[in-house]
Every structure is written in structure tokens, then in C-alpha cells.
Design a binder for this molecule. Structure first.
Ligand code: CP
Length: 302
């Protein structure tokens, strides 16, 4: 649908998800097209980012568009006390689409309610990260040949990990069996378990991560999200909970791939990087094609 917002992955139907994946495959074959010629896209990052911002900006540049924005709220008039509403209403006058990352959950939805141009959520607090999810789906399909009936293991910070929350909702469309490995303090929030319960999907929870992932199709590692902890001691307690090492992959399935939304701290040892099952840097590359697909689809150019 032209000019819709993308705030939560549930804003897209299953058909729309497949459409995005199909377009992303086209962009992978031919990433340099002039589809955004004459368009201005705003990238408003109130929180740090490397991959999301730069892959969006790379995607825009390769499509002949221009981008404006900021990488730090302190360089905008928000630092003088301007509200999100006023910021969005102003930036909507300067651009054809707004891509926004913000630390407050629900901020992207709020922005979409006051914006006259489409808003894309580039991560709102611990809530959702739908464009990451679409690139994750693209990567899973690319490596597994299908999205159906897979065994998906999530490891790490499942409480604050917004990429996990969005991906659970997306993969619930494909009869996934979910395995959640986390410290007790960082377990998957109840609302996502209820979501899976309602759909009758199977999920299992574990605290230990040693050999249990041998029947995984995907191991989705995550960083412990230090910036979300109110008590630094809690972070210290959990920060080294799981470290994936190369030797732990010896008995995993041949088709298995290790994904990670990145950035990584120490939850994947660097000795995994050269293993053919490590796929996180290609996953990050897929962000460019998938974000090209998302923007051109939302603007009705594809
Ligand atoms: N995956 C992800 O959101 O990475 P950045 O924080 O670097 O954008």
C-alpha cells in the first residue's frame, strides 16, 4: 500500500512481507537504480547506529535519492526542548519519508500519527525494529531456502532485544519452533509468549547454552543491551552469560547459520567469524537491499 508507515512488523501482511523479499532479491541483483531521483529522505537518529543508518543512507544513495537528518539529538533543536511532535511536523515539510530511531518505546507510532509523510521505525527502545526483521527474514530465506517449519534459537538478551521481539512476530507466520535461551533476568517478555500461545506455536525456554542448539536451523545471537538497564550491577551480572565459540558449532546441522543483528560485544567469539556457518556480516549487507525494497515499496515506486 502506497505511503503507509512501517512501525511494527505486524503492519505488513504476509503477502507484503513476501513482496519486500522479492524486491530485495531484485535489488541484490541490481542495487544501483534511479528510483529515488528527486526524493529527499530524512534519517533522524536519536540513538546511536552504524548498520541501520548507514545501510539506509547507502540504499538511498544507490537509488539516486538524497538524505538529510541528524545522528545525535544534541545537534537538533530537541536539545532546546522541542517536542517530537514539532520535530516530526517540521521534518515532514522537508522530506518525502522519515526514518526514525528513538530510545522511547512507542515514539515511532506517535511520530506516524502526526506525520504527513510515511514514517519508518528504525528501532524504538526495547520495543520493535521492523526493518531489521525484514532483512533477517531475507537472510533466513536466502540461507534456508524457505521460511517454513524452521527451528529458531534466540540467545542472549530477550527482554530488551527489539530485534528479537519483531522477529518472533514475523516468524510466527511460518510455523516456526522457537527456542529461547537467556538469563532469568532477561527472559522473553510474557506478552510474546502469550502471542505464541494464542497462535498455538511451540516454544521452549532454557538457561544453559552448551549443546542444545545442535538441531537449530538458525542461531540468532544477541548483545546484552547495556543501555536499557537501570541498574548497572544487573548488567555486570548478566553481560557474559553466553559466548558462542567455534568448537560449539561442530555438531550443528550443515544448513545451520549463526545470525546476529550486530553490534556484537563478546557474545560471539571472533574464532567463529571464519566458520562458514557465520553469516552475520552478509546479514548486515542484506540490510541495503531490504531497505531499498522497503522504501520503494512504501513510496509506491515498485
Ligand atoms: N542492527 C542494528 O540495529 O545495528 P545498529 O544499531 O548499528 O544500527
Amino acid at each position: 500500500m502506497k505511503n503507509k508507515h512501517l512501525i511494527s512488523i505486524t503492519d505488513f501482511t504476509r503477502d507484503e512481507v513476501f513482496k519486500i523479499l522479492e524486491l530485495a532479491a531484485e535489488f541484490e541483483k541490481n542495487p544501483s537504480q534511479n528510483l529515488l531521483n528527486g526524493k529527499v529522505i530524512a534519517t533522524l537518529f536519536f540513538e546511536p547506529s552504524t548498520r541501520t543508518r548507514l545501510s539506509f543512507e547507502s540504499a538511498i544513495s544507490r537509488l539516486g535519492g538524497k538524505y538529510i537528518g541528524f545522528t545525535d539529538a544534541s545537534s537538533s533543536s530537541v536539545s532546546k526542548g522541542e517536542s517530537i511532535k514539532d520535530t516530526i511536523m517540521t521534518v515532514a515539510n522537508y522530506s518525502d519519508m522519515i526514518i526514525m530511531r528513538h530510545p522511547v518505546e512507542g515514539s515511532a507510532r506517535w511520530a506516524s500519527e502526526v506525520s504527513r509523510v510515511p514514517v519508518i521505525n528504525a528501532g524504538d527502545g526495547a520495543n520493535q525494529h521492523p526493518t531489521q526483521t525484514l532483512l533477517d527474514l531475507y537472510t533466513i530465506k536466502q540461507t534456508q531456502g524457505t521460511l517454513e517449519n524452521l527451528n529458531l534459537f534466540f540467545v542472549g538478551d530477550l527482554k530488551y532485544g527489539r530485534t528479537v521481539h519483531s522477529l518472533i512476530q514475523a516468524m510466527s507466520m511460518f510455523n516456526t519452533t522457537f527456542h529461547f535461551i537467556s538469563p532469568l533476568e532477561l527472559q522473553i517478555p510474557k506478552e510474546y509468549k502469550l502471542y505464541l500461545d494464542k497462535l498455538g506455536l511451540k516454544y521452549y525456554e532454557y538457561r544453559d547454552f552448551s549443546e542444545i542448539a545442535n538441531d537449530a536451523d538458525i542461531i540468532y545471537m544477541t548483545r546484552i543491551q547495556r543501555e536499557r538497564f537501570s541498574d548497572p550491577m544487573e548488567y555486570e551480572k548478566t553481560k557474559n552469560s553466553y559466548v558462542l565459540k567455534n568448537s560449539m558449532l561442530n555438531n550443528t546441522r550443515p544448513n545451520m547459520k549463526v545470525l546476529h543483528p550486530l553490534p556484537r560485544v563478546n557474545e560471539i567469539h571472533t574464532d567463529v567469524d571464519t566458520n562458514e556457518k557465520a553469516y552475520y556480516f552478509t546479514q548486515a549487507l542484506n540490510g541495503v537491499y531490504t531497505r531499498q525494497a522497503i522504501m520503494t515499496y512504501i513510496l509506491g515506486l515498485k
